[in-house]
Design a protein around this ligand. Structure first.
Ligand code: NAP
Length: 251
């Protein structure tokens, strides 16, 4: 299918995991994709190679989303390569679970600066490239926003903030043809969830046991929903929080 033909998309944090899957699915649907990464140049280039091998169009652009000047550079590179922007996916994010007694300040700023401020910086820049025609923003939130878990106070707070941004901006964008929605994934098997120790843990086994659809998620599960939200099939959907979690975080 070519549901995103002639669209230009930026996917932040697309060198790995959920972001890489979204970039590949978008390209397979006809979008020209900017694969953003912070430090994993080789991984980002692999994603670009996989896309071009399958006949798609993509470039890799380094930018730390928590640094305003980097975000400006990311959008400048997008403009230079493709001239415009239709879709922004705010996927770049970090999760650090730790008891509240443990080191807080550095972890707070790292998570909020990446997950919240970084998304806001990107949205500000996206508006300039969307211009009069409007555009589409997808924020990758988390089931941890609706259903916070122990030791995840700060991470959950970042994602609840992101969802509040989704709802607030959906109203602020009234009449401008800009849709904005949140996807709330359950636990998904990615490089990040592996290195956080979730995959293969008792915690994962407990979650799977209480998940109606009986398994951990895969990046593709999230990418398919991102394609739907980015496409005209979702033309009348904005300001929504969509759980993609096998039913465990259903509202
Ligand atoms: P991941 O495997 O750890 O990959 C993270 C990606 O984000 C990488 O491409 C990384 O780039 C990039 N990134 C991190 N900090 C960045 C920054 N400051 N600027 C630009 N890029 C940055 O992550 P994931 O598990 O796929 O998670 C992706 C998103 O889904 C996150 O927002 C996460 O909170 C959310 N989520 C994940 C799960 C899950 O179970 N996996 C569940 C719910 C929600 P580099 O490799 O270059 O550092």
């Amino acid at each position: 299918m070519n549901r995103l033909n002639n669209k230009v998309a930026i996917v932040t944090g697309a060198s790995k995991g959920i972001g890489a899957a979204i970039a590949k699915y978008f390209a397979a649907e006809g979008a020209k994709v900017v694969v953003n990464y912070a430090s994993s140049k080789e991984d980002a280039e692999k994603v670009v190679k996989a896309i071009t091998y399958n006949g798609g169009i993509a470039i890799a652009v380094q930018a730390d989303v928590s640094v305003a000047a980097d975000v400006a550079k990311l959008f400048e590179a997008t403009k230079n390569a493709f001239g415009t922007l239709d879709i922004l996916v705010n996927n770049a994010g970090i999760y650090q679970y730790a008891p509240i007694e443990e080191a807080l300040e550095e972890s707070f700023h790292r998570q909020f600066n990446t997950n919240v401020l970084g998304s806001l910086f990107a949205i500000q820049e996206a508006l300039k490239l969307f211009g009069e025609k409007g555009g589409n923003i997808i924020n990758i939130s988390s089931g941890a926003s609706n259903t916070p878990l122990p030791t995840g106070a700060v991470y959950s707070a970042t994602k609840a903030a992101l969802d509040a941004i989704t709802i607030s901006l959906s109203k602020e964008f009234s009449g401008r043809n800009i849709r904005i929605n949140s996807i709330l994934p359950g636990v998904v098997e990615t490089e990040g969830s592996h290195s956080a120790g979730f995959i293969g843990s008792d915690f994962e086994a407990k979650l799977v046991a209480t998940t109606p659809l009986g398994r951990t998620g895969q990046p593709d599960d999230i990418a398919k929903v991102a394609v739907f939200l980015a496409s005209d099939e979702a033309a009348w959907i904005t300001g929504e929080k969509i759980s993609v979690s096998g039913g465990i975080y259903g509202i």
